[in-house]
Design a binder for this molecule. Structure first.
Ligand code: SUG
Length: 449
């Protein structure tokens, strides 16, 4: 076991892309279905995301950003036989293949919790920080993310002596993987060796009815092997089937962990007692705290509509208790608001504070505060070895805010999505972004010709 007192958990948030829209693409994600074909507000969406990042910085936390992907995905459409100028490719694809067109336009890379699974160096036998890009193979629009995400993570963590960035597992139903959204870590503090909990919805051999289970046990096993985790501190827990069918398409819709605390819904796991027992026997250096929200207080339906568990759980500098960064929808729901108020008022509460953030545009596609970020624990040395331009400071936040206001449309209604001008518009925006972030002039496929 190692501990590095310089380690800290850094949230890297996905910047909402200029084509943020509501296409109803994700079966089993109730918000995505409910808001299909409604009017999206890309500028507000991106500014809400940036405001959340700035809020966390104001609370004293380190914050990073991850760039959006090129959408519409013209290179993919060309590989499917569409030709002509980029604008023509888009126009033809949208008209003739709406299913493909919609997938090619999704701004879903904003949900960075699905970008990769991260194991801090304290957990990995070779002492490197491991990141496995997620294949996201369940949804057509999300499979398209892996290649560009790998490019981003390699730019962010270029030093192979310190970082191991693994490509996505082969995109197949047997190896279905959705990244950190189905992964939790508990540790005495961020720099200490932790226990990693992989949550899966099905085994490869099972045939499931109901909503899709997006994570397989086999994928979890592969990630743990690749990351060289200690089997004695690695747990595989099954998500409750009822949770998936109630709309918890990722485990982070019903549970979140940080340091010694696991905060979860009563119906999140298939066998909660076994999970608690495994965590208790794996850790010797801290006493785990399990905070279960009973279904009698908050049903799965309210957990899913409010996104109570899709909050960020973190420790503010110097704070005794943890803080929950919850979406405002939790405050607007009487049951979840009352539960949170009671929880934080307990004497010696493990979670002692709540901060509400507004990410409504993302929430309408099923993405809460926790979906928007990828947590990467970095030691001081790792942080120094990472590409500095991805860390947010006031100057970068100012440039990103101005860039969003210049390039993003206020509204994207379903009828606007066919517009061939959208292609040049987004390419111009992304080209400029490669000069704001350390991405280089060949980062996006359109820049490579
Ligand atoms: O994969 N929604 C995403 C939401 C991802 C949330 N992430 C986490 N829970 N970590 C998804 O279902 C909807 C896109 C649309 O319908 O237009 C979408 O992809």
């Amino acid at each position: 076991m190692t501990t590095d007192a310089t380690a800290e958990e850094i949230n890297f948030d996905g910047i909402v892309g200029p084509t943020h829209n509501y296409a109803g693409l994700s079966v089993g994600n109730l918000a995505s279905a409910r808001n299909a074909n409604t009017i999206a507000r890309p500028r507000d969406a991106a500014l809400q995301g940036l405001a959340k990042m700035q809020r966390l910085r104001a609370l004293g936390l380190a914050q990073g950003v991850l760039p959006p992907h090129e959408r519409p995905n013209i290179a993919w459409l060309r590989s499917l036989g569409f030709s002509g100028s980029d604008g023509q490719v888009w126009e033809k694809a949208w008209k003739s293949e709406p299913t493909i067109g919609r997938a090619a336009l999704a701004s879903s890379a904003m949900w960075a919790a699905n970008a990769a699974t991260i194991s801090p160096s304290a957990d990995c036998a070779d002492g490197r920080l491991h990141a496995s890009v997620a294949n996201l193979q369940t949804m057509l629009h999300r499979i398209l993310e892996a290649e560009q995400t790998e490019r981003t993570l390699r730019r962010l963590m270029p030093d192979e002596a310190r970082f191991a960035v693994h490509p996505a597992l082969m995109p197949h139903s047997v190896l279905s993987d959705e990244g950190a959204a189905n992964h939790m870590r508990m540790a005495a503090n961020p720099g200490a060796t932790g226990v990693e909990i992989f949550v899966y919805g099905r085994t490869a051999a099972e045939i499931r009815t109901g909503f899709p289970a997006r994570q397989t046990l086999e994928a979890c096993h592969a990630l743990a092997r690749r990351h060289e985790l200690d089997p004695a501190r690695t747990i595989f827990a099954r998500q409750a089937s009822e949770a998936i069918d109630a709309g918890a398409f990722h485990n982070d819709v019903v549970g979140v962990a940080h340091e010694h605390v696991l905060f979860h819904h009563q119906d999140a796991f298939a066998d909660k007692a076994a999970l608690y027992a495994q965590v208790r026997s794996a850790v010797k250096d801290f006493a785990p705290v399990f905070i279960e929200v009973p279904r009698a207080r908050v049903g799965l339906d309210d957990a899913v509509t409010s996104y109570l568990f899709n909050s960020q759980l973190l420790r503010l500098p110097g704070a005794r208790a943890l803080t929950l960064i919850a979406p405002t929808e939790v405050r607007e729901n009487n049951k979840t608001a009352a539960f949170v108020a009671e929880m934080i008022a307990q004497p010696n509460a493990a979670i002692g504070q709540v901060e509400y953030v507004e990410v409504r545009e993302s929430m309408r596609n099923g993405g809460g505060p926790a979906c928007l970020r990828l947590r990467i624990v970095m030691t001081a040395r790792e942080r120094a070895a990472a590409a500095q331009g991805f860390f947010l400071d006031d100057a970068l936040a100012g440039r990103l805010g101005a860039w969003i206001k210049t390039h993003y449309r206020e509204e994207l209604a379903p009828a606007d999505l066919a517009d061939p001008a959208l292609v040049a518009e987004t390419q111009t925006a992304l080209d400029e972004l490669t000069r704001i972030l350390p991405l280089g002039g060949d980062f996006y496929p359109f820049q490579r010709g």
